[in-house]
Design a protein around this ligand. Structure first.
Ligand code: CU
Length: 330
């Protein structure tokens, strides 16, 4: 009997070891930092492409909303997305894209919201722009199920939305986030407007070269990519054209799930920065402002002469990993 127990124990231990997921060997950091300047401007952490070719994900903000009740519907889908040139990632998405769609409503408007789960596992959606009981609205939705509720967008600002299903870090890191802009009732002054959602990807390669989440890297806070709008250095490869002197307004939402953003435009000083979007006490004349994970801020500036102006997270390891873009002023 005792012998049988020992054998059973040995078998169990062997099976446990065999079944344990073998972590992929992390890529060792290079022994020395790269010394070849990859771009033709200072702070150009990525090669600069042509402004003539539009970026795959539009940086321009959608126009201000009209009407007071907005019927919004989002479908949860699992989809392959491109996170860098030639790099495909198995993502969990809102509407098949990462980040999810930019939503825009006005202070006091009613959002009439429907969430549909077309994915093969439970998901949910948490609106930071809403004041609502999570136990009613942010519940896990089973596959093929849908959920409908309304909320009033009472507070203006640049807000995050994201999947709130546990473990939340996994669902966010896999792509389930987006931005919702709530405009103040009285319009902000006219400006050219952009939305940048910062986020991270923690990846390991499958045999077919598709990337999937690397949970160890996520817990170790070691992303492979830090990006604006879902793709590494997207707006360096496709610089954003603007005019010299025109007012710019940049809505930045930081989806994380882990890295704070230190948002900065090289060659510019922000005239005003509205934390989250609060209309009272904007910061004036500031160089870099932290956008915390799960937070947002609205940046206003203008570019004083023709040229290329990088925008970055000034946490420069993150800029090196892709949190960099370019404005081309002419
Ligand atoms: Cu989810």
């Amino acid at each position: 009997m005792r012998r049988r127990l020992i054998v059973a124990g040995l078998v169990a231990i062997t099976v446990a070891f065999a079944c344990r997921e073998r972590p992929e060997h992390p890529t060792p950091p290079p022994a020395t930092p790269p010394t070849n300047a990859p771009a033709d401007v200072s702070h150009g952490e990525a090669p600069i492409g042509s402004a003539a070719e539009p970026a795959p994900i539009e940086a321009a903000a959608p126009p201000r909303a009209t009407g007071h009740v907005h019927r919004l519907r989002i479908a949860i889908k699992h989809a392959k997305i491109t996170i860098a040139d030639g790099v495909t990632y198995d993502a969990w998405t809102f509407d098949g894209r990462v980040p999810g769609p930019v939503l825009r409503v006005t202070e006091g408007d009613t959002v009439d919201f429907t969430l549909v789960n077309q994915a093969p596992m439970p998901h949910s959606l948490d609106f930071h722009a809403a004041e609502i009981a999570p136990s009613r609205a942010y519940v896990n939705l089973m596959p093929h199920d849908s959920l409908h509720y309304r909320f009033v967008a009472r507070v203006p600002g640049a807000f995050m939305y994201h999947c709130g299903t546990a473990p939340v870090a996994l669902h966010i890191a896999n792509g389930m986030y987006g931005a919702i802009i709530v405009d103040p009732r009285q319009s902000r002054p006219a400006a050219k407007e952009f939305v940048f959602v910062q986020s991270e990807f923690y990846t390991k390669k499958l045999p077919d070269s598709t990337r999937v989440i690397d949970w160890d890297k996520l817990l170790g806070l070691a992303p492979d990519y830090v990006v604006f709008n879902g793709r590494e250095a997207e707006y360096a490869h496709h610089p954003i054209p603007v005019r010299v002197g025109e007012p710019l307004r940049i809505y930045v939402v930081n989806a994380g799930p882990n890295r704070f953003s230190a948002f900065h435009v090289v060659g510019a000083i922000f005239d005003r920065v509205y934390l989250d979007g609060s209309l009272t006490h904007p910061l004036e004349g500031v160089q870099t402002v932290t956008v915390p994970v799960g937070g947002g801020a609205i940046f206003e500036t203008r570019l004083v002469e023709a040229g290329t102006y990088p925008f970055v997270s000034h946490a420069f390891a993150d800029a090196t990993k892709g949190a960099v873009g370019m404005f081309k002023a002419h």
